[in-house]
Design a protein around this ligand. Sequence first.
Ligand SMILES: N[C@@H](CCC(=O)N[C@@H](CS)C(=O)NCC(=O)O)C(=O)O
Length: 214
Amino acid sequence: MYELYYSSGTACLAPHIVLETLQLPYRLVETDILKGMHRTKDYLALNPAGRVPALRLPDGGIMTEAAAICLCLADLHPQSKLSPAPDHPDRPEFLRWMLYLATSIQEAYKRYFYPERYVHDPALKASVNAQAIIDLKDRWALVDSHLSKNGPYFVGGEPTILDIFMTMLVTWHQPVDALLSASPAIRRCHERVLALSAVKTCLEGQGEISPASS
Ligand SMILES: N[C@@H](CCC(=O)N[C@@H](CS)C(=O)NCC(=O)O)C(=O)O
């Protein structure tokens, strides 16, 4: 049984969708960041970085980093085609975009949502936030350009964890329509991902989360 330490509206969504798509046995363990549950002694023992998600593996090991979790699960289940095999011609392009989403786009949302963590002087928070908005616009434009030439998905003709991860990031955008109306190829990919039954299940079932003690 996998256990995903989970908080709604966060980087937990992509690993959740991957677990659901692969039909793996799992449960969600409530770790609501708005209630500070990621800062408790017990959670910090699992993930000293104090971030969600964390995934407890069936052998008891703990894995963190949303992109790494998705990649690991997808690679362990090649029949799902959620990631191209290491020797597949699409693999270099796949890895390139996986890292781009996790280190360029996800990183800019972090500055957008937590600007105070990037400045010593609180008066500069608004400037960090404004720069994050500019960076997001430029960085999403590269994604839209790639998808408009190669889409509807990042690589190949079927959705992979790249498309799932992208959809998670899209849901963070404020307002989401501003991004989607400026990015037709992102919209097309996002809408296809939203139509997947595993994605619907995850988005609808966000209330069904067990407390850590159960
Ligand atoms: N690089 C990490 C980032 C995880 C992360 O920053 N998670 C956010 C939610 S999306 C979090 O735990 N925020 C609470 C905090 O930073 O205090 C990953 O992708 O898993």
